[in-house]
Design a protein around this ligand. Sequence first.
Ligand code: HAM
Length: 426
Amino acid sequence: MSINRPKGTQDIVPGNVERWHYLEDEIRKICSDYGYQEIRTPIFEATELFQRGVGETTDIVNKEMYTFEDKGKRSITLRPEGTASVCRAYVENKLYAQPQPMKLYYLGPMFRYENTQAGRFRQFHQFGVEVLGGDAPLVDAEVIHLIWEFYRRIGINNIKVHINSVGCSECRGEHRERLQEFLRDKKSDLCSDCQVRFEKNPMRILDCKNTSCQEIVANAPTTLDTLCEDCAQHFTKLQQLLSLAEIDYHINPKMVRGLDYYQKTAFEVIAEGIGAQSAICGGGRYDGLVEEIGGPTTPGIGFAMGIERILAVLENQQKDSEEETKRGVVVAALGDLAQQEGFKLASELRKAGISTVMDLMGRGLKSQMKFADRQGARYVLIIGEEELTKNIIIVRDMSLGDQTEITRDKIINFLSDKLTNSELLL
Ligand code: HAM
C-alpha cells in the first residue's frame, strides 16, 4: 500500500518550485529595499505562547492547533502563525535594547488544523512582517505601503485593501457593552459560534461569515462608533498617509480579524477571482502583545500573506511568474570522448560564472536539444567527434535558432561577451 501526504499539505515539485523561488526572491528584495531584516524562529513553540498570544477565544487556539506532548511531557504546538513567535523572540533576545523600531520579516510554513478546501491548507506558508517599537500611524502606513508595492511588483493589481480600527482596550469596553445591548434580544438567532462569542468576544460577531449573522449585525454599532480620541486620531492620520501614497483603501467597519491581539489598525487585502479564500493578506496593530507574553510595553504592527493564495492569484491572472527569457548554457556532447571534453568544458564555464547543465544520460542529439529547450537554455554547445578533431564547438543560439562554429580556446570569451548578466544563470 502506498503512503500519501497528509490531508491539507502539498508537495512543491520541480516545475512548480520555480514560482516559489520567484516569490521568495521578490520578498527578500522588497524587504531589503524597505529596510526589514529577516528573523527565523522555531516551527514549534510552547503551547502557552499561542494561548496567551493569539488568544483563548480564537478559532485558531480553540480548534486549529497541532498540539502534542513531547517526550519530556511539555505541551508543544506547531506554530499556527508568526506574530506571537516573533514577539517572544524579540523579548527573549532583548531586541528591544537595539535601536527601534525593529523591522523584521519572516517566511515559512504555518500549521492549522482547518477544514481543507481550495486555498485553505493545514500546512501553508506565510510571508510576514512585524515592526516592533513604533507607535506612529506612519509605521502603519509604511507597512501597508510595503504590501501595496509588493503586489504591484509581482503584477497583482486586482486587489482591495480593507482597513478598520478596532480601538484599544479603553474604547473597546464601551463598544462591547453597546454591541451586547444591541444583540441581546437577537442572541438566539445567532449561529452557535456567535452565541459563544456573545459572551467571550462579541466584536467577532461583526465579521462572522454566516449570512443570517451578517443580517443581524447589519446595523450593529461598530468599533468606529466608539473610538477614543487617541484611536480616532490615529485612524484619521493613517487614512491621510494612505491617500498621500495613493493607496486605494476602503474602510470596512465590520472587518475585525480573527486574532485577539489587535488594537487600533486592522487590515486585510482581498483578491478578486480566487473563490472563497480571497484574503491574501491580513494584519494589524498589536500594542499589548509583547507585554502580554512577558516583555516590556512595546507597540507593534505587522501582516502576513499566504504564499499559496498569492500563487493562486497569479495563476488566475495568467501572469505566470516563470521567466520567459532564455538563460545559461547546455552542453550537448555525443560519444564517450566528446562527453569527457564536454565535462571539462562545463567545469570551465561554471568557473567563469556561467550556469551550465550537461546531459548525464548519454542521449542522442535530438533529445539533448529537447532537453535544452525544457531547461530554457540560451545556448547549446554541441560537441561530436568531428568537432573534437577540428577543435571547435558548435554554438546554437536557442533564441534566434541559428548556429556558429567557435574555436575551443575562444568559447569562454565568446559566451561571456554574448550573455548579459541576466542571461548568465539558467
Ligand atoms: P491571518 O489572517 O490568520 O493572520 O493569516 C494571514 C494570511 O495567511 C491570510 O490572509 C491567508 O492569506 C493566509 N492563510 C491563513 N490561513 C491559511 C490556510 N489555512 N491556508 C492557506 N493560507 C492561509 C495572521 O496569521 C497574523 N499573524 C498576521 C499578522 C502579522 N498580524 C500582525 N502581524
